[in-house]
Design a protein around this ligand. Sequence first.
Ligand code: SF4
Length: 367
Amino acid sequence: MTRKIRIGNLFIGGDEPVMVQSMAATKTTDREATLRQVEMLHAAGAGIVRVAVDNKADVEALAWIKEQTQAQLSVDLQENYLLAELVAPFVAKFRYNPGHLHHLKPSQTTEEKVKWLVEIARRHGNAIRIGVNCGSVAPEILARFPDKEEAIVQSAVEHCRYMDELGFTDFCVSIKDSDPDTVIRVNQRFAELRPDVPLHLGVTEAGLPPGGVVKSRQAFEPLLAKGIGATLRVSLTLPFDDKHEEIRIGRQIVDDVKAGRFWNQKFATDGYNIISCPSCSRVENEKFIVLAQSVKALTEELGRRKMTIAVMGCRVNGPGETDDADLGLWCGPRTVNLKKGPLELGAWSYDEILAQLRQEIEKFPES
Ligand code: SF4
């Protein structure tokens, strides 16, 4: 059994039930819309609601939202981990990505940066999530471990050791990927190495339902059945007003595993695999959700092909997280960028992109 950690007025790990959480998909600076989204997720049973914060205007909105809600809030720090100092007074937990710490303050060591984050968390009573993402592993870790999955796990283990050395215990770990089988392997491996640390489970860019639900179940069922996972998020590409579905489905998975009901389904890998992000405040154009739905509809019209198409909502994660797909789309404010593997093919308007995508898909052989 893992240790129990405190997140605001909640606990995860130990003998606590698995907590289901989600993230607001609205523009954080649209305070009223984000508050409505936070309240909707909270009312649906979200233990924690995450809000994206990238700049001071987002921090001001977060401060206002915090005053209006009883929900426990959390923030993901991406490249700009220095925002921790500004968001800490308003959140129960913040997440940093070990793979993004190298972008700022290059003269400081990773240990010094983690020490600074821990000092902030202590001052404000925050919990911390060490959020490793298979798509953004620290370059120096990759250089040390030739096996990428081992590098990913060791990155998390190393950061746990920093926490141990600092005597900080209110932390959990997540190791996420878009492939459910990878999620199973890396989380199992981590749980063997650090059985005391609570895990936050997630499949990134699981995509649209029903495929995204199948991928999430595929990863979560075997892990939860082994007692791995203290909290989870089902990341689905859904319209803003349907985001509470992530909570309903997450709770259903937890209840089903507890009752011994398993789907035991595997996402079919012999056809189109559409990975799409769940969208968040960073999404560049609200047409993103319809675009993801249209890509799925397009593939249903075309002959069967074994290929992966990634559809991402913004420039923060879009360019990197589409590299491994056969074809990748990532949204800009007025155009959508199209890639073939890591190769940029160009950018087209939201009206033109589907025709371009069709042409590129048809260059791949039918299976
Ligand atoms: S890809 Fe961008 S818009 Fe989509 S969830 Fe990630 S950060 Fe948000």
